[in-house]
Design a protein around this ligand. Structure first.
Ligand SMILES: N[C@@H](CCC(=O)N[C@@H](CS)C(=O)NCC(=O)O)C(=O)O
Length: 323
């Protein structure tokens, strides 16, 4: 057994604290890729590699921005198996698990090996996404909200001309985007997890009602606007969207977020979700098999039978009806 395997790590199977509340760990690698050529992590083509899970909503954000900005040509991608079991995220071949992409950079079998390569004393959780720097052989960042900001701007010298002007965090909208991100993160992106992983009734109810209050608030915004902030497609939309895509097929049932559904009760959120799904490249980042099988087969404390429901949620490829 390797030394890394004997380290004390938080148990993957235990999601909630004693009080029944789920608390997400703060990401620990927080460096930034910079367009400045002298920076430690300077932007360069074929230097950085992105590790994701198609199932994970946080990793999904990074896959979307990589695709929209045309960074797929200069930033490599590995995709873990959808099953998250005791040793954490694992790599599989695409024959074993269609949609998986093995690690051809570090040749790891598990994501944890990448964390230990970057820091042999690492004691946190082994989460995706991970942005890896091949030159320094280390992790730049494991925080999706910061990886999408790097992808948005720092690689512009190396991408196609038509993609350079795409800016999902424009200077003049930053304050409004930040403000919206804050409550959407707390009550929606993380709200579904806090509801679903709660192990006490009060903990669950403390999060499920605010979640739907926020969805109602979002529905109102989208009744009058095409996008969340200033009628402009921004990172605020991308960050919320990965949760909405998973909402009906997974969170309604698996996480007990069942006061309403997107398909039946939120026509404007549905219209907006279709609009984003139909942007070039975005549909390629949605792997509903990985999404459903991850949640329903990995969280045995919630779904011990591992049976996966049949519906994929609303058909997002349908023509958009504007109300
Ligand atoms: N703050 C992180 C959160 C990432 C995260 O929690 N990823 C989950 C998957 S959805 C994960 O990898 N969990 C594995 C674990 O906690 O063991 C981000 O936004 O990048």
């Amino acid at each position: 057994m390797s030394t890394t395997a004997t380290k004390q790590q938080p148990e993957i199977t235990k999601w909630a604290s004693k009080d029944g509340e789920f608390r997400r760990q703060v990401s620990s690698f927080r460096d930034f890729v910079s367009r400045d050529k002298n920076a430690r992590f300077a932007a360069e083509p074929d230097r950085y590699h992105l590790y994701i899970s198609w199932a994970c909503p946080w990793a999904h954000r990074t896959a979307i921005v990589r695709q929209l900005k045309g960074l797929d040509k200069i930033i490599g991608l590995s995709v873990v198996d959808f099953l998250l079991l005791d040793k954490g995220w694992k790599f599989s071949s695409s024959e074993e698990t269609p949609g998986a992409i093995p690690d051809n950079v570090n040749n790891a079998n598990y994501i944890r090996e990448i964390y230990f390569k970057a820091n042999p004393d690492y004691e946190g959780r082994f989460t995706v996404p991970v942005l890896w720097d091949k030159k320094n052989a280390t992790i730049v960042s494991n925080e999706s909200s910061e990886i999408i900001r790097m992808f948005n701007e720092e690689f512009n010298d190396y991408i196609d001309e038509d993609k350079k002007s795409l800016n999902y965090y424009p200077e003049n909208l930053r304050k409004d985007i930040d403000e919206l991100n804050e409550w959407v993160y707390d009550t929606v992106n993380n709200g579904v997890y806090k509801s679903g992983f709660a192990t006490k009734q009060t903990a669950y109810e403390n999060h499920v009602y605010p979640l739907f209050k926020s969805l109602d608030r979002i529905e109102k915004i989208l009744a009058e606007n095409e996008y969340l902030v200033a009628n402009t497609f921004t990172e605020a939309d991308i960050r919320l969207w990965t949760t909405i895509v998973r909402f009906d097929p997974v969170y309604v049932g698996h996480f007990k977020c069942n006061l309403k559904t997107i398909e039946k009760d939120y026509p404007n959120i549905l219209r907006w979700a279709r609009q984003i799904y139909q942007k070039a490249g975005v549909a390629d980042t949605v792997n509903m098999h990985h999404i459903k099988h991850h949640y329903y087969e990995s969280h045995s404390q919630i779904n011990p039978t591992g049976v996966v429901p049949v519906s994929n949620g609303p058909d997002l490829s349908k023509p958009i009806i504007k109300s």
